[in-house]
Design a protein around this ligand. Sequence first.
Ligand code: PLP
Length: 394
Amino acid sequence: MKTFLADSNGYYGDFGGAFVPEILHKCVQDLQLSYLQVMESESFQREFQRLLHDYVGRPSPLYRSEYLSGKYGCRIYLKREDLNHTGAHKINNTIGQILIARALGKKRIIAETGAGQHGVATATVCALMNMECIVYMGKTDVERQISNVRKMEMLGATVRPVTSGNMTLKDATNEAIRDWCCHPADTFYIIGSTVGPHPYPDMVARLQSVISKEIRVQLLREEGRDYPDYLIACVGGGSNAAGTIYDYIDDSRVRILLAEAGGEGIDSGNSAATIQLGKIGIIHGAKTLVMQNEDGQIEEPYSISAGLDYPGIGPMHANLAVSKRATVLAVDDDEALRAALDLSRHEGIIPALESAHALGVLSKQNFKSDDVVVLTVSGRGDKDMDTYLKAYTL
Ligand SMILES: *Cc1c(COP(=O)(O)O)cnc(C)c1O
């Protein structure tokens, strides 16, 4: 049967694989050979489930929004990842990866971060597991996201500002890979999304798949059937979307709508709509769609949402898009801002700016009255209050 999951070499159709420097070949290969065995072991599963339940606070609720259901004429449920410890879905992944790192005998954790959300989630689990934590972050981002830097420091992590390039996420990623090359034996690189060389995209998707497993159980209880007609999620690198769709990816009854960040508009030159603007290339060790100029140099993406302005996209999502298994919609800054205010005023839920892009999809689609729609609210909006206040001048 045709599947949209990874093959054993980490390919999703034409996308994926592992393109890493020679010096990392062995440690990436070790991870490729061991990750499934570790993740399927009873000791890993017991500890992972315990921490998801008692530390993260899972299962996250599936909340039926009467307001959105009435407004869009269907049955809309919100999957509340915003209620997790640390305020987003990223903790599901970092808990899983640190347990894998521990099982492989690694002592030192490195990570890269853009807005700082993945850095905070990594620093959190390093504090929990008493492991050394070094987070690479572009200097521009350090200045923009100082409160996340302070959180990481309070949690005991070392934040290393990166001054190469534009001093943003891709530069931090390069620096993290450089560190990994210098310490391949004792260091585990915790990647924050379904990106990077194989096995990261598949490993992260599996760790986040708890989201779709819960949706199945919760929908059966609410609707008497265990699948929705539509799943909706936003895509930066793709991890909350991958977790939302994982168990339904090969189920053609379920339509998948993905929101990428249109920024100021796809044709404005200020956008992060990688799937619509990207061309095939290699970024972060994987073959995927990349925003690049004619010389193949990576172009700096723009979105009002710091979590969505990644110049690549997970290989799973590139394949879903080109094979038309998923419909990808670009949601612009102003559409996301409107959707965030709407949810705040009518449901009392202030969503993360990233999640607001998923909400922005609702007005672009026509639903039937008996359609069941599940939309993942990937995180909460506390971190975005400055941006919201400036945009709305409340
Ligand atoms: C980081 C982040 C995203 C984007 O990352 P994905 O890997 O695409 O999920 C989305 N929402 C929130 C709240 C985030 O923090």
